[in-house]
Design a binder for this molecule. Structure first.
Ligand code: C5P
Length: 314
């Protein structure tokens, strides 16, 4: 039987995990709510690429330290606006614990590129704090808290490698992992401002927004099915404004991949273009020269069939 004292004892004081990035294998923007937000239908897939995140609670004061090769030259902006920090503040408010923390993030995920880096860091902070908390939040409460931080955060707080999401991205159906495949990421030295991208779409569209595309979940439980519907509604409006993105997509699609289920797709509202193929030869062709001079950085990663767990270090 637990006593009041043991109930309030943290289960450890340090936890760490890898905040893995996501790609949207397809993304449809449905109707616009009166609030200005949009209803979405998207297939989220986790990548191996991730930011190592460690959080310590047996400290005095609150701190967030970010380092790593993906920090942009202008830095990450004020700590209070960082999603990892905001996640800790939100968790402390909901769970009434902890008072103090020290968060360390190694930024490997390109920032502002639609790969969910900041959102994954926030999800990692929520998962780590919940693993340490004397009274953890039930998962639905943790996901509701995640939704207050951004549309990508609920998926990136879940330990699912693949999920279909609706609403603002907060209603999710977790799906079995697909066979892992390699991913080439064509990255650009700029992000796309997400609110503006939604605005561009609103301006383009007539009275009737598109309707849901996925009719049967079976359509998205194989790479063949996903390749047939892989498309991002932001693509046209973003590619029309950023010729490098249009060229990257056209180059990858015109390459004539060896595998019929290979495809290229914009992730989130951009700017990153992801190329997914099970064929190493396809990735080599994509990297060797074809994308050079278009993307500022090419990264190689894989989809993952399991999300990295939280390690409580003591
Ligand atoms: O959720 P996130 O912080 O990524 O959203 C950034 C902005 O994108 C929101 O402030 C809103 O303008 C727009 N957005 C939207 N509909 C969504 C998600 C985001 O209109 N479902």
């Amino acid at each position: 039987m637990s006593t009041a004292a043991s109930r309030d004892m943290p289960r450890g004081a340090t936890a760490s995990t890898i905040a893995q990035a996501k790609v949207n294998l397809f993304l449809r923007v449905l109707s616009r709510e009166a609030s200005g937000y949009h209803q979405l239908e998207t297939l989220f897939c986790r990548l191996e690429l991730g930011d190592p995140v460690t959080i310590r609670t047996a400290v005095r004061g609150r701190s967030l330290d970010c380092a790593g090769e993906s920090i942009p030259p202008g830095g990450l902006g004020p700590v209070e606006r960082n999603l990892a920090w905001r996640a800790a503040v939100a968790f402390a408010g909901a769970a009434r614990w902890p008072n103090d923390w020290a968060i360390e993030v190694t930024k490997r995920i390109p920032v502002g590129g639609g790969l969910g880096g900041g959102s994954a860091d926030a999800g990692a902070v929520l998962r780590c704090l919940n693993a340490l908390a004397p009274r953890p939040l039930p998962l639905p409460d943790l996901l509701a808290l995640a939704a207050t931080l951004g549309a990508d955060v609920p998926f990136l707080t879940l330990d699912a490698p693949l999920a279909l999401a609706w609403g603002r991205g907060d209603r999710m159906l977790s799906l079995p992992a697909l066979p892992e495949r390699s991913v080439t990421l064509a990255c650009f030295p700029f992000g796309i401002p997400t609110p503006e991208a939604f605005g561009w779409l609103d301006d383009e569209r007539g009275m009737f927004p598109p309707v849901s595309k996925v009719r049967r979940v079976e359509e998205i439980t194989s790479w063949t099915g996903i390749a047939a519907i892989a498309h991002n509604d932001f693509e046209e409006v973003v590619a029309a404004r950023y010729t490098e993105i249009a060229r990257a997509l056209a180059t990858l699609r015109g390459m004539g991949g060896a595998d019929p289920t290979a495809f290229a797709v914009l992730t989130g509202s951009g700017s990153t273009v992801a190329y997914l193929s099970p064929s190493d030869a396809d990735h080599a062709r994509a990297r060797d020269g074809r994308l050079a001079g278009i993307a500022s950085r090419l990264m190689t990663t894989r989809t993952t069939d399991a999300v990295v767990g939280v390690e409580v270090l003591g």
